[in-house]
Design a protein around this ligand. Structure first.
Ligand code: TPP
Ligand code: MG
Length: 392
């Protein structure tokens, strides 16, 4: 939990210093959920996360330096710098994604759980008792994938635990204003699986519930829905000024900080001394600082890496022998599009949107992207011909 907290605090610093790009969603306050669940898993078990994924990755054993490097967009990151904050992934650790679209990870997790069952029952791999944990938020429970996957998981008795991190807010939408029945755990029994509510600010309680749910999945008894009541101590993302939530509500949950509570419990029960806990904090600070140094010193990916793992036919957009980005398919465009300096990369829509000359075109049937852009510009009175795709 301390690693998660320190890591995220460092992310905030690095983000505001311009070391990270795009949106960065921190996990402060929710650590008891990640630790309470993921620390019970075996390496072969899978975790599926959301865009708030750094700490899930750390709990699953992805090294802090690999997560930090990913955030810095460096080659040493767990996705070689191509994923960034919302797309942590590690095959080695069976972390099968951060996902930017809400609810997107739930079917992926359900598929992972299905594959474990298939390996065990159809391929007769008797020792394949792997469990998948799907983490997602309260707001996501109003999405269709949630219901569809609960249905399939219960129907096929899949080895999965659906872990709802109910932090009471979906960006600026209060959970109670958005949901017909705010008690999410009740949706489990509706599909024939246990639904459990737990105090997500208490790591020991979370662990107890997690043990039961993971055990049930591992024994082949099917899925469980667990609603963890928790709270995020920062805005939705680092771009959110966090002005909507009531300060009294924030203070109420700050007083239930899961790390402070565990420390108090450990000292009161003579499980650790103040000095021992301080030593842990110091060690963690070193780990996080080392992760930043490592990320900072690591190289940026080469430009040619941009098109790796791109499944659309990249013929039109290659990296030329001179290392510059160009449209080279003559059918796509007669001209070439060059992007020279990484700090000055713009896609000129008017060039890259030309339709191939050979394409029969009926303007009544469809429009090109260029035409759609022009219309949009006219309507909005905005100049969108230049879209920055990189900034540094
Ligand atoms: C399919 C989809 N619709 C809308 C969004 C925009 N969006 C990003 S985060 C978010 C709120 C999610 O809230 P919740 O599930 O409670 O997760 P939390 O951020 O609180 O962890 C929304 C609507 C999105 N990312 N994906
Ligand atoms: Mg939420």
């Amino acid at each position: 939990m301390i690693l998660g907290r320190s890591f995220e605090d460092m992310c905030a610093q690095m983000y505001y210093r311009g070391k990270m790009f795009g949106f960065v969603h921190l996990y402060n306050g929710q650590e008891a959920v990640s630790t309470g669940f993921i620390k019970l898993l075996k390496r072969e078990d899978s975790v599926v996360s959301t865009y708030r994924d750094h700490v899930h990755a750390l709990s699953k054993g992805v090294p802090a330096r690999a997560v930090m490097s990913e955030l810095f967009g460096k080659t040493t990151g767990c996705c070689r710098g191509q994923g960034g904050s919302m797309h942590m992934f590690s095959k080695e650790h069976n972390l099968i994604g951060g996902f930017a679209f809400i609810g997107e990870g739930i079917p992926v997790a359900t598929g992972a759980a299905f594959s474990s069952k298939y390996r065990r029952e159809v391929l007769k791999e008797a020792d394949c008792d792997h469990v998948t944990l799907a983490f997602f938020g309260d707001g996501t429970c109003n999405n269709g994938q949630f219901f569809e996957c609960l249905n399939m998981a219960a129907l096929w008795k899949l080895p999965i635990v659906f872990v709802v991190e109910n932090n009471l807010w979906a960006i600026g939408m209060s959970h109670v204003r958005a949901t017909s029945d705010p008690e999410i755990w009740k949706k489990g029994p509706a599909f024939g699986m246990p639904g459990v509510h737990v105090d997500g600010m208490d790591v020991l309680k979370v662990r107890e519930v997690a043990k039961e749910a993971i055990g049930r999945a591992r024994r082949g008894e099917g899925p469980t829905l667990v609603e963890c009541e928790t709270y995020r101590f920062r805005g939705h993302s680092l771009a959110d000024p966090d002005e909507l939530r009531d300060p009294a509500e924030k203070a109420r949950y700050a007083a239930r900080d899961p790390i402070t509570a565990l420390k108090k419990y450990m000292i009161e029960n003579s499980l650790a001394s103040e000095a021992e806990l301080k030593a842990i904090e110091k060690k963690i600070d070193e780990v996080v600082e080392e992760a930043v140094e490592f990320a900072d010193e690591s190289p940026h990916p080469s430009r040619s890496q941009l098109l790796e793992n791109v499944f659309a036919d990249p013929k039109g957009f290659g990296i030329g022998p001179d290392g510059r980005y160009r449209c080279e398919d003559p059918k796509f465009t007669e001209e070439q599009e060059f992007v020279n300096r990484i700090s000055d990369v713009h896609v000129n829509i008017s060039r890259i949107s030309k339709v191939p000359k050979s394409t029969p075109r009926d303007p009544n049937k469809y429009t090109t992207r260029l035409e759609r852009t022009r219309r949009y510009q006219e309507k909005k009175g905005e100049n969108l011909t230049k879209i920055p795709i990189f900034t540094e």
